[in-house]
Design a binder for this molecule. Structure first.
Ligand SMILES: Nc1ncnc2c1ncn2[C@@H]1O[C@H](COP(=O)(O)OP(=O)(O)OP(=O)(O)O)[C@@H](O)[C@H]1O
Ligand SMILES: [Mg+2]
Length: 393
């Protein structure tokens, strides 16, 4: 049903029968107006409104038992979607101000012309429908559109003590791999300088984290996000120029908290070194992916990072990822598993990876058969499985 055809449920409140009749007649000119109730007193108005739940109430100011403003205030408390249009002979500003204060939508002089009345009723009905929709969504998802705790998004932080090991490409590919038509995935670039996520998605960081440096709220956050057209992954990019203001670590925590309400998965890419941003992301993570490469120094650093993390992060929430694996390089995955005493997930060295990066493509999307794609999809399934296991405990 289009908005034009949708019936507007109207109720008329006036103590004078003749006025009610006149209003009825005027409203007959609008085919989709339905008069669903009438009342002559404030008390009656409240009762009929509760029963009929009109979209719009046309309300007289002078009622025998209370003023129309008082009645409006009471009705708006119990029926927040219902909109009230006040009709009065008094045109002074003070009245209008008070009418708006008690939640009236509009204010018309008696007697209104047909056009004035229909315009006001139509405008008020549109607001009422919008309000009803919002209330329905809030009832489904909890107050303020917040998700119930068991469906809050899961945070997966990709980190490494070393630079250039493939954190960003793996974070981007993982985000895309996790995305399905029914899931919402956000990727946050929490690298404090020279973040690469927007570039990897071939997007301009026209909106980014710096917009949340002064204040964090849901509106500002929604504005700061970009959506990657081809996949629908939503990106919270790093500032495009170094030196721009950044949110504090406390603000980053707030941002992640808000994102949990909007997402199924939040993938956080971090910079090298365990800087305050990385630590904040890790503290708030459900899963941490420690990325390292196949050489003795990288392995040793990964061990140190793991020991550091283990002080207050449960190891069953860490996935070790050996990136750019090449069997000719000597250190075998079996040896690494023994050394770490944890499973090691492998992403092979793959010439298609830099190829995709240079074309602004996300490998898992454009090359399903590439060896690295296969590794990332295995990792994605493991990520999902681990998060499900955690939810079951
Ligand atoms: N499995 C792979 N096979 C081949 N090349 C890879 C692979 N993984 C990553 N690379 C290449 O390594 C380079 C560095 O990757 P990336 O920028 O993701 O590293 P990073 O850890 O995020 O670096 P930084 O610490 O600077 O943020 C990229 O150009 C990417 O193409
Ligand atoms: Mg990076």
């Amino acid at each position: 049903m289009t908005q034009e055809q949708r019936p507007i449920r109207v109720m008329i409140v006036d103590d004078v029968l003749e006025t009610r009749e006149n209003l009825r007649k005027l409203l007959q000119f609008e085919p989709n107006v339905q008069i669903v109730g009438e009342a002559a007193t404030g008390k009656e108005a409240l009762q009929v409104a509760k029963e009929r739940q009109p979209d719009v109430i046309i309300m007289d100011i002078h009622l025998p038992d209370m003023s129309g403003l008082e009645a409006t205030e009471q009705i708006r408390k119990v029926l927040p979607a219902t909109q009230v249009v006040i009709l009065t002979v008094q045109g002074d500003m003070e009245y209008m101000r008070r009418a708006m204060m008690v939640g009236a939508r509009d204010f018309l002089m008696k007697p209104p012309s047909i056009d004035e009345l229909l315009d006001a009723v139509r405008r008020a009905a549109e607001v009422a429908w919008e309000e009803r929709e919002k209330i329905a969504v809030a009832q489904e998802t909890g107050p303020l559109g917040m998700r119930p705790p068991e469906t809050l998004g899961k945070i997966i932080t990709v980190f490494s003590p070393k630079g250039g090991v493939g954190k960003s490409v793996l974070a981007a590919n993982l985000a895309v791999a996790l995305q399905t038509p029914d899931t919402v995935v956000h990727i946050v670039d929490a690298k404090r300088a020279f973040g690469d996520i927007a570039v990897l998605f071939n997007e301009q960081a026209s909106h980014n984290l710096s917009e949340l440096a002064d204040e964090v709220d849901m509106d500002l956050l929604s504005q700061a996000l970009l959506t990657h057209g081809p996949t629908g992954v939503r990106i919270l990019a790093a500032p495009s120029r170094p030196g721009e203001n950044l949110p504090s670590t406390e603000q980053l925590r707030q941002i992640l908290d808000l994102l949990r309400n909007l997402s199924d998965y939040i993938v956080v890419d971090t910079g090298p070194l365990l800087d305050p941003y990385t630590l904040t992301a890790l503290e708030n993570s459900d899963l941490a992916l420690l990325i390292f490469e196949q050489d003795v120094i990288a392995v040793r650093n990964a061990r140190l990072a793991l020991d550091f993390l283990a002080q207050d992060f449960p190891l069953e929430r860490v996935l070790l990822v050996l990136n750019r694996y090449d069997k000719r390089k000597g250190i075998s995955p079996e040896r690494l598993q023994q050394y770490f005493r944890l499973p090691v997930y492998i992403i092979p060295e793959d010439k298609w990876m830099p190829h995709a990066v240079n074309r602004g493509e996300i490998l898992v999307r454009t090359r399903r058969n590439a060896p690295a794609t296969q590794g990332i999809l295995r990792l994605m399934r493991e990520v999902r499985e681990r998060l499900l296991q955690q939810a079951r405990v």
